[in-house]
Design a protein around this ligand. Structure first.
Ligand SMILES: Nc1ncnc2c1ncn2[C@@H]1O[C@H](COP(=O)(O)OP(=O)(O)OP(=O)(O)O)[C@@H](O)[C@H]1O
Ligand SMILES: [Mg+2]
Length: 458
């Protein structure tokens, strides 16, 4: 069944001259948890709207005196923060096209089931939510330490874990796909803990040539090896009192894994060429984008080191599992980039927001940041639309819009799109579709209005 309406829903206004229909709709929607008000004429509806803002207006098309199209037009022209949906007892493709052209987001032909009604309402409210996110009219998003953005359940857990980890000096293993923000998490732990005044030292374990890793980490004495003209401290010393971030820790050779394990056990570092260890107090934060436990199983990573590193684990979720966070982040990066360029912040169209939500983001937050920056730099107006997106992302839109549709559904929706594009002119539509008017008429007849999907993109 349907979930209760989300908290903060301002309600739905139903406009229908038939009291019976009003009652049925009210019962269905109230049963699903939506606050509902009714009006039996367009005039009453406008009067109510002036007194009480709602999230969604559902209006009948044919009503005496003033019809539903006028209600749609009024909402579109005056109420930016309200969606509108049309219902009608006389469904026709032309009616649907006109409703959409006037600004109705959804169109439902009678008779419809309560499931169809609730699904359409959910879609309309989701669009409203997307628009609000895109405009940035939601409440200000709290920004966590080090600018970590996110309010999804998964990210709240991460922020919670950061808070806990920051209160201790325990070793933390941060896992997550590439670009999810592992380093950002490590910085947040460091800078929100009591070590914040001491250095945070990031080391990419995969980026140092094998022969130099030991001296880079632990330092070396003068003359320890050819070319060691001076004694040099290592990253462990640099991070003394602070935190050492061992990025891509799985890249360490088996020999280095043994040495690292010893340092973690003894809190002592042997500089290369030294006969005495030195105490260091560097907190270890390690990161990996490959599951270390499975590497341990495969014999590619030491089990004892794994347990030493894995005292606290923070799993940073992939972006595709963070719900609306993707939109918050998109807005955040758009604002940051526009500020850098000294330009006004562009808006994203509903279609673009939909693509952002449906894209699988294999490169995670880094990919999103790059995409948004490129869009902002290239944008010429104040609105970023679907054609501005990289083609690989537009492909994900096509998928999201239904790769599992039947041929007949694809044909129906294409016919509707073309008709809408030419304002319902069948001669023009037939020419574009490459069929004659008669064939188009027959197809429209067999198609019926409700299947004329009202989802517009861009
Ligand atoms: N929640 C977030 N809020 C704001 N910015 C973020 C967030 N997560 C990541 N970023 C930004 O995304 C980019 C990638 O983050 P980061 O370098 O921390 O990822 P990573 O997991 O360490 O990646 P890799 O596995 O490739 O090393 C950075 O510019 C970072 O500032
Ligand atoms: Mg990283």
């Amino acid at each position: 069944m349907y979930m209760k309406a989300p908290p903060g829903t301002r309600g739905i206004l139903i406009v229908d001259d038939s009291r019976d229909t009003l009652e049925v709709l009210e019962r269905n929607l109230a049963g699903a948890g939506y606050p509902v008000v009714g009006a039996t004429s367009a005039a009453e509806a406008l009067e109510r709207l002036e007194r009480q803002p709602v999230d969604l207006v559902i209006t009948d098309l044919k009503m005496p005196k003033v019809g539903g199209l006028e209600v749609v037009r009024y909402v579109r022209e005056n109420l930016r923060d309200t969606e509108v949906m049309m219902i009608t007892g006389y469904p026709s493709v032309e009616g649907a096209v006109v409703a959409v052209k006037t600004g109705a987001e959804e169109y439902l032909g009678k008779p419809f089931t309560s499931e169809e009604l609730l699904a359409a309402v959910e879609r309309a409210l989701e669009k409203l939510q997307l628009r609000r996110l895109g405009r940035g009219t939601l409440e200000e998003v709290p920004v966590a330490p080090c600018g970590i953005m996110g309010t999804s359940t998964r990210m709240r857990k991460v922020l919670n874990a950061i808070g806990k980890a920051a209160c201790t000096s325990a070793t933390v293993l941060i896992t997550g796909e590439s670009g999810t923000g592992k380093e950002l998490v490590a910085r947040a732990i460091h800078y929100s803990g009591r070590r914040a005044a001491a250095p945070f030292v990031p080391v990419n374990c995969g980026g140092i040539p094998e022969g130099l890793v030991e001296s880079a980490l632990f330092g070396h004495m003068k003359g320890a090896f050819t070319g060691a003209a001076e004694a040099r401290a290592g990253f462990f010393h640099a991070a003394d009192g602070g935190s050492l971030f061992l990025d891509e820790v799985r890249e360490m050779s088996p020999a280095m894994q043994v040495k690292l394990l010893r340092v973690l056990q003894d809190c002592e570092v042997w500089m290369v060429g030294s006969s005495r260890p030195r105490k260091v107090d560097a907190r270890i934060l390690a990161a990996t984008n490959i599951d270390l436990a499975s590497l341990v199983k495969a014999g590619a990573f030491r089990e004892d080191l794994f347990y030493r590193l894995n005292v606290i684990t923070i799993a940073v979720p992939p972006l595709r599992e963070r719900g609306d966070d993707v939109l918050l982040l998109a807005r955040h990066f758009a604002a940051a980039c526009s500020n850098e360029l000294g330009r006004p912040i562009p808006r994203f169209s509903d279609g673009v927001l939909r693509v952002f939500k449906d894209h699988s983001w294999p490169g995670n937050v880094r990919e999103l940041e790059n995409v948004v920056r490129r869009l902002v730099v290239m944008s010429e107006g104040d609105l970023i639309e679907v054609p501005d997106l990289p083609s690989v992302m537009r492909f994900s839109l096509a998928r999201a819009n239904g790769s599992h549709r039947t041929l007949a559904e694809v044909e129906a929706s294409h016919i509707c799109d073309v008709l809408a594009a030419v304002g319902g002119n069948k001669t023009k539509a037939a020419a574009i579709l490459g069929i004659d008017r008669k064939t188009l008429r027959e197809k429209l007849k067999s198609l019926g209005a409700p299947s004329c999907g009202m989802t517009r993109v861009g």
